[in-house]
Each structure stands twice: as structure tokens, then as C-alpha cells.
Design a protein around this ligand. Structure first.
Ligand code: KIV
Ligand code: NA
Length: 262
């Protein structure tokens, strides 16, 4: 999969995307059918344990993008532009996006657009494909007052619809739509030429993205409404750990065949 392939998939077949933050999972995902890996800034929450994504930095994103690229040499990789990396002028945005591409990303993803259209245009002009991101853009957590569904009132709806057109005109190759009502996601998807990738945006987007840890239920908190759990690996892993501890305590692990002689 490539950025060109992404665009031409629109109206032909659905696109699938999953987050990935490290080389081991990247190696695993490299051998699956998933179209694209996202080194999301959800990294800050999922891997680093912060409450929001504002703690992700360019250095953090680049380091994990390098790891994912080492594990998944064959996959298309999109890396998130972290909090404040596009709001400090075009030069800073190009520098940050360049760091992510040098780390192994094929493209970068930018949340929102208003007030930094020039920075988005500069990144695209520099030869770095940009994926947009509208709706619940978690870097705006403090403005939204929490992780809340967007696009429910007329102003928010219009912001998202207009934003999709602004981003398309700027030249983005795709747009993530996060936590918005399905009819709005359907309308955006119909109106623009580039593929939309939904998360909590219903069935009518051109593709879907999920956080790998959510899909596999590594953490067994009550899942968000838009998450489908395809495996219960958290429960399985906890059970495996407890069986390991039992075997260590009883002396059943390691056996002779798991040990070296002489
Ligand atoms: O950081 C992330 O995981 C994301 C996706 C959920 C779209 O941006
Ligand atoms: Na993100």
C-alpha cells in the first residue's frame, strides 16, 4: 500500500488501519492484511500512561516510528504530528514532519487545520503526504472539555464539513473522522474525493482505524462504544503470567529440557 494506492481505493474497496507503537507488534502486523499502520500519538496514553495525548513530542513520535519501521519494512506507515508541532509556523512544522519521515513514516497525520493551514500546505509542498483528522481531535482535549462526540451541533457540524473541504483543497490524501455521528461522516465521505478513515464514525467511511490494544483488549476496562474486541489478549496474558508464577513457585518451570547441561 502507498499513498497513491490509498487514494485510488476510494469507492473500490475499504481501507483498514491499526495503531502500532513498537517493533514487536510491527513485525506481527507486517505479516497481516492490514493496509496501513498508524504510529498514533495515542502512544502517550497507551504506552506512556499519560491521561491525554498532549504529552507526545516529536522526539517520542520519531523514536517509535523508527521502531515500527524496523519491524514492518513492508507496510505503509503514517505518523502523528504531535501537540503543538504544526502551530508554531510552517518551518517548525516541516522540520517536525521531516523528522518523522526520516524515522520511516510514509506520511504524517495532522489534527485540525484552523489557524495553521499554511503549515499544512508547507509540509505537503515539502513532499510529505498529509492525512487530515477532524471531529474528536484529542489534542484539543482541553478545549472540548473531555473526550466527547463532536459534530452534534450546527457550528461543530459546519466546522467539520468545511474543514474537510479546506483540507482537500490543501492537498491531504485522506482524512480521519473521529467520534462524529454516522450521517455526518457519510456526508463528508460523499462530498470529498479523498478517502475518509473512521473511528467512532459509523459504517459509511472509506475505511476504519482502531487502536491495536483496544482491538485485542489488552486492557480490560469497559470498552468504548466504537471499539470491537476481536480478542481478549489482556485476560489471556494475565492468566499466562499467573500460570508462570505458579510454575516458578512449584518448581515446575524450568524443566530439564528448558535448561542447559554442563
Ligand atoms: O493516535 C491515534 O491513535 C489516532 C487514531 C485513533 C486515529 O489518532
Ligand atoms: Na492521534
Amino acid at each position: 500500500m502507498t499513498v497513491r494506492g490509498f487514494i485510488s481505493a476510494k469507492n473500490k474497496r475499504k481501507l483498514s488501519m491499526l495503531t502500532c507503537y513498537d517493533a514487536s507488534f510491527a513485525r506481527l502486523l507486517n505479516d497481516t492484511d492490514v493496509d496501513c499502520l498508524l504510529v498514533g500519538d495515542s502512544l502517550a496514553m497507551v504506552v506512556y500512561g499519560y491521561d491525554t495525548t498532549v504529552h507526545a513530542t516529536v522526539e517520542m513520535m520519531a523514536r517509535h516510528t523508527e521502531a515500527v519501521r524496523r519491524g514492518a519494512p513492508d507496510k505503509m506507515i503514517v505518523a502523528d504530528m504531535p501537540f503543538l508541532s504544526v502551530q508554531q509556523g510552517a518551518a517548525e512544522a516541516v522540520r517536525a514532519a521531516g523528522a518523522l519521515v526520516r524515522a520511516g513514516a510514509d506520511a504524517v497525520k495532522v489534527e485540525g487545520y484552523r489557524g495553521y493551514e499554511d503549515a499544512i500546505a508547507a509540509v505537503i509542498s515539502a513532499g510529505i503526504p498529509v492525512m487530515g483528522h477532524l471531529g474528536l481531535t484529542p489534542q484539543f482535549y482541553h478545549v472540548f472539555g473531555g473526550f466527547k462526540v463532536q459534530g452534534r451541533d450546527e457550528a461543530s457540524r459546519r466546522h467539520i464539513l468545511e474543514g474537510a473541504h479546506v483540507l482537500q483543497d490543501l492537498g491531504v490524501f485522506s482524512i480521519v473522522l473521529e467520534c462524529i455521528p454516522s450521517p455526518l461522516a457519510k456526508a463528508v465521505t460523499k462530498e470529498i474525493r479523498v478517502p475518509t478513515i473512521g473511528i467512532g464514525a459509523g459504517p459509511d467511511t472509506d475505511g476504519q482505524v482502531l487502536v491495536l490494544y483496544d482491538l485485542a483488549a489488552f486492557v480490560s476496562d469497559k470498552p468504548l462504544r466504537f471499539v470491537r474486541r476481536y480478542a481478549e489478549l489482556g485476560a489471556e496474558l494475565r492468566d499466562a503470567v499467573n500460570r508462570y508464577v505458579d510454575d516458578v513457585q512449584s518448581g515446575a518451570f524450568p524443566s530439564l529440557s528448558e535448561s542447559f547441561e554442563e
